[in-house]
Write a protein that binds this ligand. Sequence first.
Ligand code: PA5
Length: 374
Amino acid sequence: MIEVNFSPEVDLAKSDQIIKEIARDPFGGWLALPKKYDMGEFIRIKEAAKKINEESEYLVCIGIGGSYLGHRAIIEALHPHSETKIIYAGNSLSKRELDRALEKVGDHDFSINVISKSGTTLEPAIAFAAFKKKIIEKYGEEEACSRIYATTDRKEGALHDEAVTAGYTCFVVPDSIGGRYSVLSAVGMLPMAVAGIDVDKIIEGAAEAVESAVEPATKYAWMRYELAAKNYDTEVFASFEPATMYFNEWLKQLFGESEGKNKQGIFPASVIYSTDLHSMGQFMQDGRRNLFETIIDYPTDETNQKVVKAVRVAHVEGGIPVLDIKVPSFDEKGFGELIYFFELACAMSAKLFGVNPFDQPGVEAYKKELQRLM
Ligand code: PA5
């Protein structure tokens, strides 16, 4: 069970009301997801993962933002040893990066999982076009289509339409789950299963958190709100495990996109210690006091735990509010729990700030402008 070391003033009635609002929201589907998992879809995911593992040395995962960061975070953290290696593409518009990914796949056997809820995002669309050309050249049209897996909207969008016409295997991003809350759906489950992650355990951890995370997530949301009211406008997520760098990236997207609207929100930043003590340590200890630090305290070895203690003491002395989130285990169950905890805390925080946790008008504005320029 996730534990926290702070006790803000919590308005319990308001918290209950917020959770009810989230459950009723058309984009609140992730709240009950771990308990109401579509087992039919889950079996199809596992079967697809088995087929990919049997016939491919590489799985090219194409997607950006919420269609990419969550599963990458868990795969990089747990570093499973599957024969099939995952290559990420379509998460930037750099031609150099795309060429590198194409080169890395080279003549190896591969499959593609293209992930886009809207089916129209430019970064994955460009990468998909390049890899589709490669897979068709290598295997011919018919076999290529059997090696392409599309995770997208149930009924509409350019990717959905193409997948139906070409006969790709399709997985659904549920209507009620937006990009950054989608890691526990097919979006994250297929790449994780291919990588060798025990996806049953991820769901088990998340399902337990449906009840156990409510209290700590509520405290965390109210603590953040209290600190923001005292002009702490930046939150630094601190981890002492380098393998969790992408988990920090996932967190920044979750909080940044959910809260940062109507001139509200806390700016999310991140560090990995002890590495960043030698670059950001000075600022954390003694720089401008507008930030607070949230330590994600994963179980680690004894030496690392001493660093955690030292940092906590030094930074509190330096005048930084330090919040501690204790993660029960560094495994699938632990990450399932942690994801659910942060999703819930984030949606509650956004509601406390009076903004909609589930839209992203700023991102849509960028997407529209880019499409116009292209
Ligand atoms: O959280 C979000 O909604 C965004 O980060 C999206 O996931 C991201 O923009 C990718 O969108 P799509 O899955 O439609 O390609």
